[in-house]
Design a protein around this ligand. Sequence first.
Ligand code: FBP
Length: 345
Amino acid sequence: MEIRPALHAHLEWPTQHSPLRAATVAVIEALAGAAIELSRIIAAGPLAGMVGESGGVNPDGDRQKTIDIVADRLMRDALRAAPVAAVVSEEVELPETLDPDASLCVAIDPLDGSANLENNISIGTIFSIRPKGNDIISTFFEPGTAQCAAGCFIYGPQTVLVLALDQRVDCFTLDPRTGEFVLTARDLRVPQDTPEFAINASNRRHWSGQVRNYIDECLAGVNGERGQDFNMRWIGSLVAEAYRILMRGGVFLYPADARQGYREGRLRLLYEAHPIALIMEWAGGAASSGRSRILELSARTPHQRVPLIMGSARAVRDVDAIHLTVEPLFESSDAPLFARRGLFR
Ligand code: FBP
């Protein structure tokens, strides 16, 4: 019978013995403890009394659900007991300083896609860990390449931890009998040749020419430019899409579009795009804004948004290539991403 190491034993496995890695492991274990508690609350659903809205709004102006507040409290309490100098949470406007002498900074989306909970669809916690720089707060404004680890917990049919650490991506499943995460997949690799795309197609009329071109080519199927039939998926839950891509390959797009508030996309750089990009790259996939590698981008504000294209490296390259050949549609402060030259396809 295959021996499946528990998360703790796996993390202790001596790859390197630096104080930074020890601190990183402590943060991952603290988050895992909180995720186990959160997964129990989520699994109980209405039985745990955690349904409905809290009455508050998050820094983006979205109405917070009670479960968002509970998730944020659980995760930030866990981080307070770990070697963390500061945390950026989706639910809090400004970075919070915890222990200024600690060696790590964490950005976290405590419960991504919480609106899906009412529909019993997988949702998750996304986290990004980076070494503290000279100045605590400016650590968050370094590029995504500064991350030393990242991951996501997925609360779905199984509770799963996808962990990018030591340049590798491993997967752990929560064993409900023991209450422990155990290693269930080692060194995940994103399949490269899956003709499958994921995009919220209801926004088509708002997309730029590049995105329309790419999706139209996929839809044209075997007789079109791409020469093959494509399948489409859209879950509307980033962690579930990322997990599917890790398992099956394909490409996910949440592009910038012409709607008010979407000119830089929807997803947040620090606690959504950066960590998901690290997972993709360390699993042999890719992540791009269409013009730039996500990991090379730096946030200008804690909750900055970014267009995100991620998945199989070849598919992400194909989308990038279209961005180079088709003129951008609309303007934003983030030129040349949206420099206006007005070609509409
Ligand atoms: P929040 O961070 O505001 O929860 O939104 C993120 C998200 O739910 C992602 O998980 C998902 O990919 C996306 O929004 C879905 O957006 P849309 O409803 O526009 O398709």
